[in-house]
Design a protein around this ligand. Structure first.
Ligand code: SF4
Length: 341
């Protein structure tokens, strides 16, 4: 970082403070963050690179260097419309793979090799082939939190932002549907559609390490102690949590709910980065902490993003074999068609 001088760091610190980052910084750390964001933003311009930042990333990544910020659906869609040569994906591997599938001519990098996902790792392409053999004729609807190989075995991909709409449409056409890999999200969606999980909609046994362990008794306690609190939960939570909340959705939907309502306080049952971002975006609203950190999302840091832009290793370049990419792309494009149609 020797090329950044002190006055540039001061200017960048001011910019970051104006964005609200000082709320979370201990004394001295803001200047360190500023030196990193200043250099990253400079390298982005030099290399014609963009940063896709998921809302579970830290605020310094989202606000300090993010060009595209959002949930899995928005970032997949944004990646299709950039003129950049390089995409540095600040999220987890399946997201970077999706961007690579959609943009074969661009270089897509993941800053941390530890940025996996328990849900994505819960199912393999061979598992999907086994499900298809056991349920011939069933449509395979797959949550985006899966590998490219699994997507390649699927008929249509969904995200939490469009799963209900797409699953409903596919179920109306073909009464035999397999939903993978999140058993909780599958059961929650089946309930919304008035279907029996495991029978009308075949499920897989995957789950998210962040969302599977929240506790409905704690929600009841918060409701008692904070009258008027609105409780929002991500659709990856188990159904006893979903039964206890006011709203279930993806992170984009949850953010819109906060924006468009005026509750006494909000309890956000999801990854902690989302709550941090909501606090910065809506400083006049009250938020109660009930969250868990995703160890995979938090493996991405300003330091490894800078290293990626400066000198990426060959392992950080995310590639998908063309034959798998072509089949995965078909299932992802089906999602865009059904979500937007
Ligand atoms: S929050 Fe859960 S689903 Fe999302 S990346 Fe982390 S482990 Fe995967």
């Amino acid at each position: 970082m020797s090329c950044i001088n002190e006055s540039e760091i001061k200017e960048e610190s001011k910019r970051l403070m104006a964005l609200g980052l000082h709320h979370r910084c201990v004394e001295g750390r803001l200047d360190q963050i500023a030196a990193l964001t200043e250099e990253i933003n400079r390298l982005k311009k030099e290399k014609n690179a963009v940063i896709c930042a998921h809302v579970y990333q830290t605020p310094e990544i989202i606000l300090g260097i993010g060009d595209f910020v959002g949930d899995s659906y928005k970032l997949a869609d944004d990646s299709r419309h950039t003129a950049a040569d390089i995409i540095v994906f600040c999220g987890v591997r399946f997201m970077a793979e999706t961007a690579a599938v959609l943009n074969p001519a661009k270089k897509v990098y993941i800053p941390s090799l530890d940025a996996g996902c328990s849900l994505s790792e819960s199912v393999t392409a061979e598992d999907v082939r086994g499900l298809k053999a056991a349920h011939p004729g069933a449509s395979v609807v797959t949550y985006i939190n899966t590998s490219a190989e699994v997507k390649a075995e699927s008929d249509c991909i969904v995200t939490s932002a469009n799963a209900e709409k797409i699953l409903r449409r596919i179920y109306e056409k073909n009464k035999k549907v397999i939903f993978i890999p999140d058993r909780f999200m599958g059961a929650n969606l089946a309930k919304v559609l008035g279907k029996t999980p495991g029978e009308d909609i075949i499920l897989w046994n995957g789950s998210c390490v962040v969302h599977e362990h929240f506790d409905a008794r704690t929600i009841a306690l918060y409701r008692k102690n904070y009258p008027g609190v609105a409780v929002l939960a991500h659709a990856e939570c188990p159904s006893d949590i979903i039964n206890a909340v006011d709203y279930m959705g993806g992170t984009g939907d949850m953010m819109r709910y906060v924006e468009n309502t005026n509750a006494a306080a909000y309890l956000l049952v999801t990854e902690c980065g989302f709550g941090e971002l909501a606090r910065i975006k809506f400083p006049d609203k009250n938020f109660i902490a009930m969250c868990r950190l995703c160890p995979y999302m938090k493996a991405v840091t300003l330091e490894n993003i800078l290293q990626t832009l400066k000198k990426p290793s060959k392992e950080q370049l995310v590639t998908v074999p063309p034959e798998i990419a072509a089949r995965a792309k078909k299932a992802i494009e089906k999602m865009f068609e059904l979500a937007e149609g």
